[in-house]
Design a protein around this ligand. Structure first.
Ligand SMILES: [Zn+2]
Length: 201
């Protein structure tokens, strides 16, 4: 993780994460050990911020299935539609509308892939829930048979989505991340490493 350290005539540390860039302003003459200690204590926070911002490029574009799409802002309230590769969306209430779009657009894709992997793994139906996670892509509640996926997953390319879904469904067979789990996964999804690496970020 690259962090830009700027020495300034200031009293307090100032840490910012914007557009995938991490900047830390520190008072003039601050010792390196003090800076390192500060960064260590904020590492998780930085990670979460970067993660959340990852696929929102800027105000006028975002990533959908790994491809950059334009955003067109509407003056009318509560409108959101995706047509001809452009997301038209009301500026008012943007956050909520965008979140709904991610969930709606995503669920159609996830349900298809879930079905595919459930069949492959010879598993019964599961319940799908999509939610905002701070720093994970998904989870699997094996006993309740609930798969939860991060709503931001829709920013990623389809192979990476496949990987996450295969990973979560495999937990129905083997819980945890033991050697047994990965052995099972390699056997049933031999290309899972390639799928995982397809994210290329
Ligand atoms: Zn897992």
């Amino acid at each position: 993780m690259e962090i830009k350290i700027i020495e300034k005539k200031i009293k307090n540390f100032n840490l910012r994460v914007a557009n995938g860039e991490v900047k830390l302003s520190v008072p003039l003459g601050t010792e390196k050990a003090v800076v390192d200690d500060f960064l260590n204590r904020h590492r998780q926070w930085i990670k979460e911020k970067l993660f959340a911002q990852k696929r929102i490029v800027d105000e006028n574009s975002f990533y959908l299935l790994g491809q950059k799409k334009a955003i067109n802002y509407l003056v009318e309230n509560d409108q959101c539609y995706f047509k001809n590769d452009v997301l038209s969306i009301s500026k008012n209430n943007f956050e909520k509308l965008f979140e709904n779009f991610k969930i709606e657009y995503g669920s159609a894709i996830y349900l298809k892939l879930l079905d595919e992997y459930l069949k492959l793994f010879k598993e019964q139906q599961v319940q799908l829930m999509i939610k905002k996670y701070k720093s994970k892509w998904g989870s699997c509640q094996t006993r309740e048979r609930i798969i939860r996926l991060n709503s931001n997953l829709i920013f990623e390319n389809i192979n990476f989505i496949r990987y996450i879904i295969a990973h979560e469904i495999a937990h129905l067979k083997v819980g945890g991340h033991s050697k047994k789990y990965y052995d099972w996964l390699v056997k049933h999804v031999p290309n899972h490493i390639q799928l995982k690496n397809s994210r290329r970020s």
